[in-house]
Design a protein around this ligand. Structure first.
Ligand code: UT7
Length: 323
């Protein structure tokens, strides 16, 4: 008997305000055409004043609970992947716990920037297969609009706010690749690249700071590292490119998504793409794409899904699962 972390439900929440590329033309030397052609982004959502990451996360969690037919008290652990928590402490996860009225179990944040959701999934899987938790709520939630330098056209047009949530449940499997649930994980980081994508402030630096990125450099690492981690996770799960039903990549740039899919030998009609509507929502982008993919009738029970993400650190990784 092998314990597997099986998807019970998924959900997402996007703030009401939608900002098209044309908005940036009013204040910056940029164009809808440049943003679309260089990144694939057409619009993004921005949180309202006072709307925090834990508020978005709670709404996504409620949608995932409804999709699973569960209530908050059925959950015994919660992980929130975020780099934009409401407060320095307590964790965004405990804030979500309070908003859900979930008074038991344990909750904590994981911070691996855009790779946060694959890190959180991997941690949730470890909790389940080691018997420490039966049902884990895994959330990716961000308000990156709060750390944008609105005078930097190289970054502020690329990011958005949102949240997605997945519920994983311990179920018995046979131990082979026909099992439903998480089949393999692969995590990596390399702090030598900390200066190509970072926020120039923080608690210990005594200012909030803004996101800074050497876009071209990050791009250069992205395709190569994403394809490598996906291949490693697929090899561990003994899943070939032909067996992959859906690649659900981190949604940073359509050119990175296409380049990685090509290296993985998976055609674009088997890739979930939401970057045009959401922009880069960091740790929220994969659960948002999973939720959209499911609600559009694309991702179905039994499908093999490969997620892959890279972000500040650099940190990157991949999770292979059977839906
Ligand atoms: O989620 C975490 C991971 N992040 C990423 O994966 C992002 C990775 N990087 C990228 O997606 C791309 O590098 C960008 C979309 C950020 C930029 O695309 P690029 O093709 O690498 O463009 P570039 O940085 O080489 O810039 C080309 C030109 C520059 O002008 P010059 O120096 O050639 O005269 C930029 O100043 O485009 C200029 N530029 C802009 N022009 C109009 C940069 N931003 C803008 C803008 N509008 N918003």
């Amino acid at each position: 008997m092998t314990l597997r972390a099986v998807v019970k439900g998924v959900g997402h929440y996007l703030p009401e305000r939608i900002v098209p590329n044309s908005e940036f033309e009013k204040t910056l030397d940029t164009s809808d055409e440049w943003i679309k052609s260089r990144s694939g982004i057409e619009r993004r959502h921005f949180a309202a004043d006072g709307e925090t990451t834990s508020n978005l996360a709670t709404k996504a969690a409620l949608a995932a609970l409804a999709d699973s037919g569960l209530v908050a008290d059925d959950i015994d652990a919660m992980i929130v992947a975020t780099s934009t928590a409401d407060l320095t402490f307590p964790s965004a996860a405990t804030m979500v716990q309070a908003q859900l009225g979930m008074n038991k179990g344990f909750a904590f944040d994981v911070q691996a920037v855009c790779a946060g959701f694959v890190y959180a999934l991997s941690n949730a899987n470890a909790l389940i297969v080691s018997g420490q938790a039966k049902r884990v709520l895994v959330i990716g939630a961000e308000t990156f609009s709060r750390i944008m330098d609105w005078t930097d056209r190289g970054t502020c047009v690329l990011f958005g706010d949102g949240a997605g949530a997945l519920i994983l449940e311990a179920q018995e499997g046979t131990g082979d690749k026909t099992d439903r649930g998480i089949l393999s994980t692969d995590l990596n980081s390399d702090g030598r690249y900390k200066d190509i994508l970072y926020v120039d402030g923080g608690v210990s630096s005594q200012n909030t700071g803004f996101l800074r990125m050497q876009g071209k450099e990050v791009f250069r690492h992205a395709v190569e590292k994403l394809a490598a981690t996906a291949h490693t996770a697929m090899d561990k799960a003994q899943i070939s490119a032909e067996e992959v039903d859906w690649v659900v990549p981190h949604q940073a740039n359509i050119r990175i998504i296409k380049g990685t899919a090509k290296k993985m030998n998976v055609p674009m009609d088997r890739v979930i793409v939401t970057v045009q509507d959401h922009g880069n929502t960091s740790a929220a982008s994969i659960p948002l794409a999973l939720s959209v993919g499911k609600s559009e009738g694309k991702i179905k029970p039994g499908d093999v899904v490969v997620t892959e993400a890279i972000g500040g650190g650099l940190a990157w990784g991949s999770v292979v699962l059977r839906w």
